[in-house]
Design a protein around this ligand. Structure first.
Ligand SMILES: Cc1ncc(COP(=O)(O)O)c(C=O)c1O
Length: 371
């Protein structure tokens, strides 16, 4: 018996999201080697597309690192942080904490700006913290997937810059789904993944280094994530590792879809479907964790009503309706569901489907839907 799935799971969790059909077809193309002339042209195309989709300033270097979102995190940290680097990390959830741990592993002296889970970082808090003591790097998560909160990166990055720090931004759950402008917002280094708002499979991490970050790079301790060695491959065509052509086809096609839709239209689609979901959930008597202004359109954290077994509802959605939603992490375990509407999974059809399936599952588990 094959263990390979035969039906389409409807992926509405924190990621991966559905892979766009065009991306699936692109992955069926024949394999080429990592230094094939075709591959080189594809890498150049991916690089140019990433610069545009990140809206990176002149003089930036964009690439896709082999690995998932965490490899993007590691690449930015490993090339900007070394022993004694002073790093302030905004920690407003699980992934902010991972970012702080990553900075520590690469030798930084880390100060955490802790924000209560479910809230966004207050720009004044960052201003006060930086006034008290300067930092070399300020790192933050844009869309915090554990809480469904979007941090005000435009304001936070401006404050960091005013205080002379490099800004490092995790855009794993925001890139391609909510407004992000590396150039206009003055972000120095940013990373994401392919399996969320881009509508690809997991396996590559888009990363961009702006001119300020390129000028302040440190000697990288990691071989695999060393920017100088990655530049040798991406720019000077020297072997570094056997990059997967299949994943590069997928990313190039996913970025082509993003550019055909247009970033503004794509952001508007994610906002529209988020609002439709919130309205549908309200009809079922369900509410979201974050305040309205702080909500991340791509990842919705839904409060589990009292008396309802959250894992039983999730299991029923999966078994009966083939729909995946996510559980809460850390202090939010058992208290919330995480519903992702990202990339190809951000569609009105799926919002309607989830509403119907949830209504059914909730009724079965003792939640009375308001009349
Ligand atoms: C905000 C954020 N950062 C980093 C990661 C790590 O990405 P990956 O699981 O692709 O390594 C995730 C994963 O969900 C995430 O949501």
């Amino acid at each position: 018996m094959s263990l390979i799935p035969e039906t389409d799971r409807i992926l509405l969790g924190p990621g991966p999201s559905l892979t766009a059909p065009r991306v699936m077809r692109a992955m069926a193309a024949p394999t080429v080697s990592h230094l094939d002339p075709l591959m080189i042209r594809l890498l150049d195309d991916v690089r140019a597309r990433l610069l545009r989709v990140f809206r990176a300033p002149e003089g930036s270097f964009a690439l896709a690192v082999s690995g998932t979102g965490t490899s993007g995190m590691e690449t930015t940290v490993a090339n900007l942080v070394q022993d004694g680097t002073r790093a302030l990390v905004v920690v407003s959830g699980y992934f902010g904490d991972r970012l702080a741990q990553m900075c520590e592993r690469y030798g930084a002296t880390v100060r955490r700006l802790d924000v209560e889970w479910g809230n966004a970082c207050d720009p004044d808090a960052l201003r006060r913290t930086l006034k008290a003591a300067p930092e070399d790097v300020v790192a933050m998560v844009h869309g915090e997937t554990s809480t469904g909160v979007v941090n005000p990166v435009r304001e936070l990055a401006a404050i960091a810059r005013e205080h002379g720090a490099l800004t490092l931004v995790d855009a794993v759950t925001s890139f391609g789904g909510v407004p992000l402008d590396v150039g206009a917002w003055g972000i120095d280094a940013c990373y994401s993944c392919t399996q969320k708002c881009l509508g690809g499979p997991s396996g590559l991490a888009p990363v961009v280094f702006g001119p300020g970050a390129l000028a302040k790079r440190v000697r990288c301790r990691s071989f695999y994530f060393d920017l100088a060695l990655l530049e040798d491959y991406w720019l000077r065509r020297k072997y570094h590792h056997t990059m997967s052509s299949t994943l590069v086809y997928a990313l190039d096609e996913a970025l082509a879809i993003v550019e055909e839709e247009g970033l503004d239209a794509r952001w508007a689609r994610h906002e529209r479907n988020h609002r439709a979901l919130v309205a549908s959930l309200a009809e079922l008597g369900l509410s979201l964790l974050p305040a309205e202004a702080d909500r991340l359109w791509t990842l919705n954290t839904v409060r589990v009503p009292g008396g309802v077994d959250e894992s039983a509802v999730r299991a029923q959605l999966l078994e009966e309706f083939n729909i995946e939603i996510g559980a809460g992490l850390g202090p939010l375990a058992g208290k919330i569901w995480r519903v992702g509407l990202m990339g190809a999974s951000s569609s009105p059809r799926l919002v309607v489907l989830l509403r119907g399936a949830l209504e059914h599952a909730l009724a079965k588990h003792g939640h009375r839907v308001p009349a």
